[in-house]
Design a protein around this ligand. Structure first.
Ligand SMILES: NC(=O)c1ccc(NCc2ccccc2N2CCOCC2)nc1
Length: 252
């Protein structure tokens, strides 16, 4: 985060309006209005020197499609770097990157600024990646037509962790996923609908019992749906006994 406690994203993309949508709605839009979040887009086409303003060219070695050229990307990144004094990490969103998870999102939220590079076509000339990219980041093992959607996901996930962005800071902290667990179930009015009633503990007003129930549900759901996540988070004695209680009830 920067001096103001906010974060600035410089996004290098052929589709600036596309990525701007990431900060045009909801909490992210409010955070922008309050100067906690900034998004500046840089279009490599503005840095394409030739008459046709080309940003791509045919692949050496043949093969289908086109490859993004070094120069326009390099010059767009350089323009982003010099726009703000703070040193910036350059992250390329790509299928070859390190898998993004909440731990990595929390690490990224410590930066005051990040430059996000969005590839299109068949990919980016490797020499640009070697010369300019600090790390490659993947949002999952699937192929997209561009890095813009992954960039928007990084922006949203990181922005939520910037102090002041979420109305209720607790919810970000309390996010079970922040603790490596899946979230507990949520309920709101009416108390009963479609023959399904809200769990009584949530109506009891007993905040300690509610917190205990929510933690137990988060543990139980993680055990049922994503047991591999449980191995990664070190459960303390209280959590282990809560989970055992859930398992005993589940197995009936
Ligand atoms: N999982 C992800 O985070 C993810 C990210 C980007 C992405 N695509 C843009 C891209 C960016 C960089 C290199 C190659 C490519 N691709 C271009 C299109 O062809 C496939 C390779 N796809 C999936």
């Amino acid at each position: 985060m920067n001096a103001g406690g906010g974060i600035r994203f410089d996004v290098v993309t052929l589709f600036p309006d596309f990525v701007r949508a990431a900060v045009s709605y909801g909490v992210a839009a409010r955070a922008c209005a309050r100067g906690l979040l900034q998004l500046v887009a840089w279009n490599p086409r503005d840095y394409a020197r030739d008459r046709h303003r080309s940003v791509d060219d045919r692949p050496y070695g043949g093969g289908p499609g086109m490859v993004m050229k070094v120069e326009p990307l390099r010059d767009a990144i350089q323009a982003a770097r010099t726009a703000v004094a703070d040193r910036a990490s350059v992250i390329c969103l790509s299928p070859q990157g390190r898998l993004l998870d909440q731990v990595r999102v929390q690490e990224l939220s410590q930066h005051s600024r990040l430059i996000l590079l969005c590839g299109r076509y068949e990919g980016i000339d490797e020499r640009l990646i070697e010369a300019e990219v600090d790390e490659e980041c993947s949002i999952g093992d699937y192929v997209l037509s561009g890095g813009e959607l992954p960039a928007m996901i990084v922006i949203d996930a990181v922005a939520r962790l910037v102090p002041g962005v979420l109305g209720h800071p607790g919810s970000a902290g309390q996010d079970s996923f922040g603790a490596g667990l899946l979230d507990c179930p949520h309920y709101t009015r009416p108390v009963e609908i479609g023959g399904r009633r809200t769990p009584e503990v949530l109506l009891s007003g007993d905040h300690q019992a509610v917190a205990r129930w929510r933690h137990k549900q988060a543990l139980g759901r993680t055990w049922l749906r994503r047991p591999e996540l449980l191995e990664r988070c070190m459960l303390d004695a209280q959590a282990r006994s809560l989970l055992q209680e859930f398992i005993d009830e589940y197995q009936g």
